[in-house]
Design a binder for this molecule. Structure first.
Ligand code: ATP
Ligand code: MG
Length: 362
């Protein structure tokens, strides 16, 4: 049977990159039952094929990961709750998946420790994500050379191992994440293999990546970076909660170029291509299709920004309406939290009982 795990950090309102690169595929995956009969869901269904109804989907708000960058307790409490409401608002259905807060399941930290002891520092040195985060935190350019490691907290360094624990705790077979996380998934496979070999077991399946068509959405202010919740410049990202005026303002200021003829060329024209990617992903078309239509109408970045604004505003409208409905029903959100925690813990306890037995703690 398929077991799917994915997570998102409670480090702010999700942005369009999170939505197109990860969350939208979560929606399709929780419809796994429908996938068998509905051909339009074939992409997600085929990536993780199996008989309908045999899929167990786990979606986690990963609070332990949020602590790898400085956090105020009060703020984090708010963000955790806000993230849960956002996930419900985009259509994550707790009746179809196990939706839970990572830190409410202590087995994540326990398994992470055991996996730490099976992971070499050399492997973690090769991960590129902490380098980017460290540079962002310091406000320095990631390209300016290797950041100084001495001051980095150990959690940020080791968080790929915690991520492996998140995945392996549910014995996940498939993991839908954005392109920025592929290296970590590779590490999780390595660690699963290493554990199985060391303890002569087949407890952990090797988790496979589920491809999302929109792999990587870029920052509106600096198309050399990915769009990110934690980047200091708030106008670099479009949030699911942005008003139409905010969407228009941010897209107006988005870095593009002044050539009249639009071309989809992510390497040479990253700003323009990023908007084309967003536009076509939201409309369910291709960048090439949108380029042709826009050029036929006269081309230019201004026209592209107008079209993108319209598509984003239209996509956000039902999500924001759902958020307002949830605001009126805090009891429902409490209940989602409680039942998610119970279901996740039951699964986590089962895996940890086997792990404890194998390592000699049983
Ligand atoms: P942070 O800056 O705090 O790390 P983030 O924007 O990177 O936030 P995460 O919570 O780390 O978001 O990641 C949630 C999911 O969104 C992951 O699957 C990740 O691969 C995906 N994702 C993040 N940023 C992008 C992006 N710009 N384009 C596509 N997918 C993305
Ligand atoms: Mg991230």
């Amino acid at each position: 049977p398929r077991r799917i795990f994915s997570g998102i950090q409670p480090t702010g309102v999700p942005h369009l990159g999170n939505y197109l690169g990860a969350l939208r595929s979560w929606l399709e995956l929780q419809q796994a039952d429908a996938a068998a009969s509905a051909p339009e869901h074939a992409a997600a269904g085929a990536a993780a094929s199996g008989p309908a109804g045999s899929t167990h989907v786990f979606f986690s708000i990963v609070g332990l990961h949020a602590l790898t960058v400085p956090q105020a307790g009060k703020q984090l409490r708010r963000e955790r709750r806000a993230m849960l409401r956002c996930l419900l608002a985009i259509g994550i259905d707790p009746a179809r998946c196990t939706l839970f807060h990572q830190e409410q399941v202590p087995e994540h930290a326990e398994l992470a420790w055991i996996l730490n002891c099976l992971t070499s520092v050399g492997k973690l040195n090769r991960m590129t994500t902490w380098k980017g985060k460290l540079a962002t935190l310091r406000g320095t350019d990631a390209a300016a050379g290797e950041p100084e490691m001495e001051q980095m907290n150990l959690g940020l360094y080791a968080y790929p191992v915690l991520q492996a624990a998140d995945i392996l705790l549910y014995r996940a077979t498939h993991v839908p994440v954005g392109e920025d996380q592929l290296q970590h998934l590779e590490l999780a496979r390595d660690i699963a293999h290493g554990f199985n070999r060391q303890y002569k077991t087949s407890l952990f399946p090797a988790p496979a990546h589920i491809i999302t068509p929109t792999k990587r959405v870029l920052s509106l202010r600096d198309p050399a970076q990915k769009m990110s919740k934690s980047a200091p410049d708030a106008s670099s990202r479009l949030l699911l909660t942005d008003s139409p005026a905010e969407v228009r303002y941010k897209l107006k200021r988005a870095v593009t170029d002044s050539e009249r003829e639009l071309v989809y060329d992510p390497a040479e024209r990253p700003g323009v291509s990023n908007l084309l990617l967003m536009l076509s992903s939201l409309r369910g078309t291709t960048p090439e299709h949108e380029v042709a239509a826009l050029n036929a109408a006269g081309g230019g970045a201004g026209r592209l920004k107008e079209a993108t604004t319209e598509a984003v505003v239209e996509a956000l409208q039902p999500i924001q309406a759902a958020l307002r409905r949830l605001d009126d029903d805090p009891g429902y959100v409490d209940e989602v939290e409680r039942s998610g925690r119970e279901r996740a813990r039951a699964e986590a306890r089962r895996t940890m009982a086997a792990v404890r037995q194998l390592v000699g703690f049983g």
